[in-house]
Design a protein around this ligand. Sequence first.
Ligand code: HAM
Length: 445
Amino acid sequence: MADFKSLPGFREFYPEDRAVLDHLFKVWRQACRRYGFREWESPVLEPLELFTEKSGEEIVRQLFNFEDKGGRQVSLRPEMTPSLARMVGARANGMAKPIRWFAIGENYRYEKPQKGRLRAFYQLNADLLGEAGPTADAELMALCADCLLGFGLTSNDFRIRISDRTLWFRYLEGQGVPEPKIAGVLNVVDKLERGSPEELLKAMNLAIQDTACDAVKLLEAARRFAAINSIADLEKLAAGDAPMMARLEDWRQLLSTVEALGFRDCVTIDLTIVRGLAYYTGFVFEAFETGGDARALAGGGRYDTLVKKMGGPDLPAVGFGMGDVTVRDLLQSKNLIPTYADGPEFYVMILGPEARATALADVAALRRAGFRVEYNFRDGKFGKLIQTAENIGASYALIYGGEEVAKGETKVRCLRERVEGMVPRADLVPALRAVREEGIKAILP
Ligand code: HAM
């Protein structure tokens, strides 16, 4: 017997789960629009090279790739940033800057499915292109925070940890790591918190092969640097190093902008963050939940060279991605998922064949007027139909029997209050609008 189960790491959304997803999308969309971002979309299937050349090593290992029937090497998108860079690059010259774009789409990564990590997940992407200064980074951090606060979370529930690949580059150069080896060393730094000492040493030895560096000393130095969590400590370290001092000025501007926008509580300095993706060039950040499993909710940073590498103009860029899986888990744990009433507003009860044609004409008129309406396909008894109306979560029943039809009226029953009123059929639409606004009392004598 064939196995018809869905694939590991892929979710089925029953309507009540799909409604939660819609809630996430709605809050994200509202936040992005408030910041002036416009929505875009890209293909789910892309040429394989787009990711093998532009995403990080880790993502490349996780690609869902195959050969299509035309012999092309293709991959489902593991992320949207390379597609964004291609699209913006192609038309950047004619676009007003800065460009503020957001997208919500499903991404696919062949990861080991576990809590918070799946093989198919939705991701909000927000990106700002055309502004190189740290105020743009601050704007994205503020938006990232607002995308979480919009759910009713507070600044105690999550923290955006900010780090800086520019500082890391400068620091590692100072430790004697040749420039071409730095990205590899940063991949090891990315694992400092998770890897065992043996694994880290092995990875570091590999990263600094053919250099004069000592892996043990470099790991120690990286740990010391990663432990820095204040501007004051950075100042001590940077003393006398002009490029580092200049960079600290960017840090001050970043933090003062975040503060002026009102989000200082939401962010913290944390140099352990370096991000696994290859294209980041400056400030990077990740949002984590503060309690529970401390999982990543969002991640992003500056990627000033990607658009040019994709064949576009030299266009600085900064952005982040926020996943639906961990955000949903967090909202669930805080009881912040609203229950949506998605049943019909009106259940039309047709009690006999003589009422059916009239009732259906009203059903059609009400639907045209924008009401959510259902009705019974087969004639039934009053008690059973009331039961059905309650079971499907309707708010009101509209009763059509021979008597009502003969009088040209409809009986409206509030299912919760068990109160009824009569409405002339000719006034049905305005009367039910009033009921929707004010409740059944709108039509009671
Ligand atoms: P990322 O850190 O790979 O960055 O992903 C961002 C967020 O997507 C993560 O923090 C997490 O919430 C979610 N996510 C990633 N992988 C999974 C997974 N397997 N299962 C569930 N959720 C996942 C990027 O993708 C960058 N392209 C973000 C970006 C946009 N940078 C600049 N612009």
